[in-house]
Design a protein around this ligand. Structure first.
Ligand code: G7M
Length: 320
């Protein structure tokens, strides 16, 4: 990325420092100061809960997302973790050869992944709440007249993306970087990944600004897309030993953040957002553009939207 695009100004620094004063992430060691206001969702399949609340003596609402993590195969091996006497087993009942227990593995195997957004906005709460969804077939007209003006005015802040691209946040987590301003990108673990190989989830974020989503992609982006595909696969192979054939590489439509990024997940892992109504495989995207350079400007793209989302309300209004 061109260095000129990164804001190193004293004003920006001051703004960041002022923000840090009320920043729970600077000081949080446990969740004892969290006061629950509302359970936004409780997904018993995925074993996740999403909570709205506040932190004592901090301004602003907080969103706390907790997720019980998957078993890591290396911890199931003999002598490691699960099968030692630092765990405990409590019998619930026994019937003939069938025993039912509650098992309490040692504490370091019991972690719950926590994602905390503070201060969180109504848009965050809406995004994480359980709601009815509908599929909308987005024609190029609908995109131009309703969706694009909506995402331009109401999109989530992209600060976290620019912090990554400017090496101000998560720089120690970068797995690979190609600094080319046109075809370059940063590959790093997704926020949702806890680092266990079985649930591998990385994100490639492009250096070039102004590419909002799949809808903007055309023939001129082929070198960028091919570069991400090739170098993303190579770096995952060299760091994690996983072959390209084991990776699901895709873009979301609609994305949550309108700065182009590509998801890399392990094929074994059923990550959220891999369903047909949201995920577009990168190799498919490349092939469609090779067939028709302005494919994504011409095609009808279905996407999922929540019934309560203002975007859906605008679409309904536009249909009247
Ligand atoms: O749906 P969409 O394609 O826009 O996906 C955005 C991805 O960015 C999701 O998979 C998020 O988990 C991920 N993500 C969001 N935030 C705020 C962060 C962040 O701060 N750091 C990292 N590494 N990933 C993030």
């Amino acid at each position: 990325m061109a260095d000129a695009e990164i804001d190193h100004s004293p004003a920006k620094k001051q703004k960041l420092q002022a923000k840090c004063k009320d920043d729970v992430h600077e000081t949080l060691n446990d969740l004892s100061t969290f006061k629950l206001e509302k359970i936004l969702h409780n997904n018993t399949n995925r074993k996740t809960v999403c909570l709205k609340g506040t932190f004592a003596s901090k301004n602003g609402d907080a969103l706390v997302f907790l997720e019980k993590t998957a078993f890591a195969e290396e911890n199931l091996k003999e002598d490691s973790g699960y099968f030692t006497n630092s765990s405990s087993l409590k019998k619930v009942f026994q019937n003939d050869i069938y025993g039912n227990y509650n098992y309490f593995p040692q504490v370091n195997l019991n972690s719950v992944k926590a994602t905390i957004i503070h201060p969180a906005t109504e848009k965050h709460f809406l995004k994480y709440s359980t709601q009815n969804c509908v599929i909308v077939d987005e024609t190029p007209d609908l995109y131009e007249n309703i969706v694009l003006p909506h995402v331009t005015s109401e999109q989530f802040d992209l600060n976290w993306v620019y912090n990554i691209l400017g090496h101000q946040s998560e720089s120690e987590r970068i797995v690979f970087e190609d600094p080319d301003p046109d075809t370059g990108f940063i590959l790093l673990p997704d926020l949702k990944w806890n680092g266990e190989l079985d649930t591998l989830y990385l994100l490639a974020i492009v250096h070039k600004r102004g590419i909002r989503s799949l809808r903007d992609l055309s023939a001129k982006h082929l070198p960028l897309l091919k570069n991400i595909h090739k170098k993303g696969i190579e770096s995952i192979k060299s760091k994690y030993g996983l072959d390209g054939s084991q990776l699901r590489i895709y873009l979301h439509y609609q994305p949550s953040f309108y700065h182009l990024h590509v998801h890399f997940t392990y094929i074994k892992h059923e990550a959220p957002g891999i369903l047909a109504e949201r995920a577009h495989l990168l190799s498919n995207v490349i092939s469609n553009i090779e067939l028709l350079p302005d494919y994504y400007q011409k095609v009808t793209l279905p996407f999922v939207v929540r019934e309560n989302d203002t975007l859906f309300k605008k679409i309904e209004e536009g249909r009247k």
